[in-house]
Design a binder for this molecule. Structure first.
Ligand code: GH3
Ligand code: MG
Ligand code: MG
Ligand code: MG
Length: 301
């Protein structure tokens, strides 16, 4: 079982006594605590740490908690994988309702009771763990552990927008295993699944940069997005991947072109389709078709 990571908790309060008090209550080996006394400090901590939970005061010298909460909820990178709990001396139903309506997960009154604080923090972290697990399963292909079709659709949009913003190319590789139907028909479905996992491992091994993203988008079809890489770079990458699969030497007696499992790869590049998602995917697909038509186990761009 994977060891559970420490929860990262940010406490935001302009009152140093409160900060000390809350920190003491939450002093627990399972928690990693960060503190911030201002809005600016809070965002600086958020920028450079994977925070799970924020305990947020409402009145701060350079802003207020309600606006901070609203701002965080509008930032896509945080989505719902961050829990926000107001912790305030405002004993007002209106304020509490407002806090929850701008996206807070909970609202605690000060002075806090340590038992209540600990219990609520624990509950939030449990909820968060479930949310993260759900979003993992929604985006990961269970067979290969690569991103699934849904993850691909989201990522390609994101990377193309980023490429357009930064003026950098994005390449898309569409890959399809050659003669996989005869493989499956002859070796059986469980062996077919093993083959898909082996090919996926080969892909994972070659995607070395943090800006390389790989997916299984269909039965025996894969996609790789290479950020800041044009067609020629993508070609070098694809050739390395093709060689690497060759070295894996997965036997395939029923392939018409090789004794081993091979891939055909189509490549497209945003510079030829003005950063349009649909066109990029279509181009890559038609290049894959060309690679198949030209004899398989090859790359077309
Ligand atoms: P080509 O060289 O033109 O790509 O031919 P092919 O036989 O690979 O292509 P085709 O699309 O006809 O066959 C795909 C096969 O992939 C059909 C099915 O048997 C198999 N397949 C699809 N999804 C899965 C899966 O999840 N597990 C396994 N084991 N096989 C799958
Ligand atoms: Mg305050
Ligand atoms: Mg196919
Ligand atoms: Mg195929």
């Amino acid at each position: 079982m994977e060891q559970q990571k420490k929860a990262q908790i940010l406490i935001v309060d302009d009152d140093p006594i409160q900060l000390k008090l809350i920190s003491n209550h939450l002093n627990n080996p399972d928690y990693n605590l960060f503190v911030a006394k201002t809005r600016a400090e809070a965002f600086s901590v958020l920028d450079s740490n994977p925070i799970d939970l924020i305990l947020l005061d409402i009145n701060l010298p350079d802003g207020n908690g309600i606006d901070i909460c609203r701002e965080i909820r509008s930032m896509k990178e945080f989505s719902d994988e961050l829990s926000i709990v107001f912790m305030t001396g405002h004993h007002s139903n209106e304020k509490e309702a407002e806090g929850l309506s701008v996206g807070a997960n909970d609202y605690i009154y000060k002075p806090v009771n340590p038992h209540v604080l600990i219990a609520r923090v624990k509950l939030q972290l449990q909820q968060l763990r479930k949310t993260k697990l759900l979003s993992h399963f929604a985006k990961v292909d269970a067979l290969t552990e690569l991103g699934n079709r849904r993850a691909f659709d989201e990522q390609i949009e994101r990377e193309i927008k980023r490429g357009q913003r930064e003026g950098l190319p994005v390449s898309l590789l569409t890959l399809d295993i050659d003669f996989f139907k005869p493989y499956n028909d002859n070796y059986g479905h469980p062996q077919g699944d093993r083959c898909l996992r082996d090919v996926a491992q080969c892909i994972i091994k070659e995607c070395r940069r943090p800006s390389d993203f790989s997916f299984r988008i269909g039965g025996e079809e894969f996609a790789i997005i290479l950020y800041n890489t044009g067609t020629s770079g993508a070609h070098v990458f694809a050739e390395k991947l093709r060689k690497s699969l060759q070295e894996c030497a997965i036997p395939h007696e029923y392939s018409s072109i090789s004794d081993y499992v091979t891939l055909s790869i189509g490549i497209s590049d945003t510079r030829y389709c003005e950063y349009k998602v649909k066109e990029l995917i279509e181009d890559s697909d038609s290049m894959l078709y060309r690679a198949k038509q030209s004899g398989r186990n090859q790359i077309a761009s």
